[in-house]
Design a binder for this molecule. Structure first.
Ligand code: FES
Length: 569
């Protein structure tokens, strides 16, 4: 027997409660037949003028609605918290779990049968997927899509990646401030997310590889009419998914996460994918651990996009996008169901590479083994990660003296000092930037190279932190050190002059100080007083898990799929 429609508990009742639910909705002009028992589809929209990457989502929402009506459903759009990566302080990551809570509670509280998640900017995709996974109604993603390629003075420039390069050039005296300012307008030329393979495009790619969005969703430019058509198709498909009762728990299996890890290596994806995948897995009860990230270790880098390569997302889309990548990965992909109901292999059927310098075949990759690596040792007992494809090969095996910044404020005050006692061999260490410490684990792990070394031509150094780094950034940076300094991890005990050894080939990050000395330091260590003492930030600091667990809030792990039975009136 067919499951009763969830929305019937709101709109199907012939009593006072049903009257109230329907009547107030009718003030928007919805006719009687909208409430005739058809699937009601929520369109969960993270549009905001303060999230410029998601500024195209209103147009896409209208296209989704057309598809929903066409397939016999009733679309209802609703807003949720929007997280503008480049606009929020102290960091959008502080609010990812707030968005996830907002999404979860809205989906649960309203009388909808399925949901289309409209997101794009870095934290909006994982936050929405986390929230939807915890309710487990049929759900499908439509991403913002990337901005058009940046253009400046006759060449392509990429969001983020070129900002870091320009900024270093200004500090080295190789670029004028006027030119630096002039590049701003050329970088962001249309609606859409960063057009490098930053976190937004990475998460869009992984959502596609996990089968949570229709094929080609990841790469089509935001302003490409084909993205609008894809949104229309998605509206049609979600109605069918409700009829089929195809839920996130049917799609987000262990195999889907493994496919995401393989895809992340192949596209040269962001390190941020690690915390997001771990957090999503926690919601659906998939036993994914930090070390599983190394499943992608031997997968070659196929997508030649910044920051690991040279092209941009628009090029990636025209070269074939994710279907072409999945076709190359075919021999490695695990069988996994998708929003289309079939196997992920179907996404790759008929896919071709149209530019073999942008998407390389397995036989001629950009780099041979591109997956993220997990490091452990007495400096990171619960793990840390590094992205070899964006690093300097020589620094992946390195030992040197530490120069420690206890806080981000100290780093900003000192990094350009001419008398900073550092050499290219120094290991820069930044503390206090983990989930609890900052709070929110910001993207500051790719510390700037000290100005005096930049002027001497140094462009990379080994850096270690409990922070994250932007998906658009590059460099030899050991990130997500767990436990973080503020939680009392060994990182808190490092002092300037201590020797640190990193060996990516051995998966090691070691503080070369004897245990007795570290015990003595620990006895005198105290956490910093909290920066926030009220509101959501206090809730976050009190409950956030460490990076190796996805930095979700402890009480949000898992799901609750029970029906809501109590009425408000
Ligand atoms: Fe929004 Fe990069 S800042 S996607």
């Amino acid at each position: 027997m067919k499951k009763p429609r969830r929305s019937a508990a709101w709109y199907g009742k012939l009593d006072k409660d049903g009257f109230i639910h329907r009547s107030w909705m009718k003030n928007q002009g919805f006719p009687d037949h909208a409430f005739d028992g058809r699937p009601i589809i929520g369109i969960c929209n993270t549009w905001s003028e303060l999230t410029p990457c998601n500024s195209g989502l209103r147009t896409l929402a209208e296209a989704v609605k057309r598809g929903v009506w066409e397939a016999g459903g009733f679309p209802v759009e609703f807003p949720v918290t929007s997280l503008g990566e480049t606009q929020m302080k102290p960091t959008a990551m502080l609010f990812r779990n707030l968005l996830a809570m907002d999404v979860e509670e809205c989906i649960r509280a309203y009388g909808i049968d399925g949901v289309v998640l409209l997101g794009g900017c870095d934290k909006t995709t994982p936050g929405q997927v986390m929230g939807a996974a915890s309710v487990d109604l049929p759900a499908i993603v439509v991403s913002s899509g990337p901005m058009l390629n940046g253009k400046w003075r006759g060449r392509d420039i990429g969001s983020g990646t070129d900002v870091w390069k320009f900024s270093e050039s200004v500090r080295a005296g190789e670029m004028t401030l006027q030119d630096f300012m002039a590049a701003e307008s050329g970088m962001s030329r249309s609606a859409g997310v960063c057009m490098t393979m930053g976190t937004a495009s990475t998460m869009a790619a992984l959502v596609e590889a996990m089968g949570l969005a229709l094929p080609t969703n990841a790469a089509l430019p935001a302003v490409d009419a084909r993205r609008t058509a894809l949104a229309h198709h998605t509206g049609r498909r979600i109605v069918e998914m409700v009829e089929e009762d195809l839920k996130p728990s049917d799609i987000l299996t262990r195999a889907a996460f493994e496919n995401a890890i393989l895809a992340n290596a192949a596209v040269g994806g962001s390190t941020n994918a690690v915390v997001h995948l771990l957090a999503i897995a926690g919601r659906v009860g998939v036993d994914l651990a930090l070390d599983d990230i190394e499943l992608g270790r031997d997968i070659p880098l196929l997508v030649n996009c910044m920051p690991s390569g040279k092209y941009l997302m628009e090029d990636f889309a025209y070269a074939g996008g994710m279907p072409a990548v999945l076709a190359q990965l075919r021999a490695h992909l695990r069988p996994a169901r998708t929003v289309l109901g079939g196997d992920i292999a179907a996404y790759a059927e008929g896919a071709e590479i149209y530019n073999t310098d942008v998407i390389r075949p397995m036989s001629d990759p950009v780099k041979p083994a591109a997956g993220l690596r997990v490091l452990r040792g007495n400096l990171a007992p619960d793990g840390a990660i590094v992205k070899p494809s964006a690093a300097t090969a020589d620094l992946l095996e390195h030992e040197g003296p530490a120069y420690v910044f206890e806080t981000i404020e100290q780093l900003k005050a000192e990094i350009d000092r001419d008398d900073l006692p550092v050499t290219p061999d120094t290991v820069l260490v930044l503390k206090g930037c983990g989930p609890k410490g900052y709070p929110g684990m910001p993207e500051v792990g790719n510390m700037p190279i000290p100005a005096k070394l930049v002027r001497a031509g140094v462009r990379d150094m080994l850096r270690i932190s409990d922070a994250r780094m932007s998906g658009t950034a590059f460099g030899t940076v050991v990130l997500h050190v767990a436990p973080e300094a503020q939680a009392g991890g060994p990182l808190a005990l490092v002092r300037t002059g201590d020797r640190i050894r990193v060996s990516v080939s051995k998966g090691e990050v070691a503080l070369l100080v004897d245990a007795a000395e570290l015990d003595a330091r620990r006895a005198n260590w105290r956490p910093d007083p909290p920066h926030y003492t009220r509101g959501y930030a206090k809730l976050y600091v009190d409950h956030v898990l460490q990076a190796d667990k996805g930095a979700d809030l402890d009480f949000l792990v898992g799901k609750d799929t029970r029906p809501v039975t109590r009425e408000s009136h």
